[in-house]
Design a protein. Structure first.
Length: 179
C-alpha cells in the first residue's frame, strides 16, 4: 500500500504534463491551420485561430497552462512556420498574455466560470500583446516608428480571438469536465 501512495504524485505530475503538452499542441495546430497574412504592411502580421485557442486554454485551464500553451504553441509555429526571428518575442508575449488571462479568469476561485471576468481578462491582455510585439519589433527593426504598422493587425487578431473564444468557452463551460 505504501508503494502505490508514492506513485500518486508522480502520476499526477505526468498527467499534468500530458495535458499541458496537448494544450500547447492545440495552440500550435490552431495557429498553423488557418493563418492569413494581413496586407496592412510588410510586417502587418497574421490573423490565426491560435489566439482564440490561447484564450480558450487560459480560461478553461488557468494561468500556468495558458502561459505554457501560448508560449510553446505559438513559439513553435514561429519556428516551423518561417517566422523564427519572431519566436523569442512570441514566446514572451504570448506567455504573458496566457498567464494574465488565466490569472484574471481564475481569480477568487472563479476558475473561468464568470463571463464578465473572462471577457475582461481577454480585453486586458490586448495591451500586453500589442506592447510585447511593439517592443520586440522595435528591437528587430531598430525603430520606434516601423512597428506602429503592426498594431492594427495585432488588434484585429485579438478581436477575432475574442469573437471565437467567447462562444466556445460558453459552450465548453456547460460540459461537466469544465464546470
Amino acid at each position: 500500500m505504501q508503494k502505490s501512495q508514492s506513485y500518486a504524485p508522480s502520476r499526477t505530475k505526468t498527467f499534468d504534463l500530458i495535458i499541458t503538452s496537448m494544450l500547447a499542441s492545440l495552440v500550435f495546430v490552431a495557429t498553423l491551420l488557418l493563418n492569413i497574412k494581413l496586407p496592412i504592411a510588410a510586417n502587418g502580421g497574421l490573423i490565426h485561430l491560435g489566439t482564440a485557442m490561447l484564450f480558450i486554454v487560459s480560461i478553461l485551464f488557468g494561468p500556468k497552462k495558458g502561459a505554457i500553451a501560448g508560449a510553446v504553441g505559438m513559439g513553435l509555429f514561429d519556428i516551423f512556420g518561417g517566422w523564427a526571428l519572431w519566436a523569442p518575442i512570441t514566446i514572451i508575449t504570448r506567455g504573458l498574455q496566457g498567464y494574465l488571462i488565466g490569472k484574471i479568469a481564475w481569480s477568487n476561485g472563479r476558475k473561468g466560470a464568470s463571463f464578465s471576468f473572462n471577457l475582461l481578462a481577454m480585453i486586458l491582455s490586448i495591451p500586453v500583446t500589442v506592447a510585447g510585439y511593439y517592443i520586440g519589433e522595435s528591437i528587430l527593426y531598430h525603430s520606434w516608428i516601423i512597428p506602429l504598422a503592426s498594431i492594427p493587425g495585432d488588434l484585429v487578431q485579438c478581436a477575432v480571438g475574442i469573437a471565437v473564444a467567447i462562444p466556445v468557452c460558453a459552450m465548453l463551460k456547460k460540459v461537466p469536465m469544465f464546470k
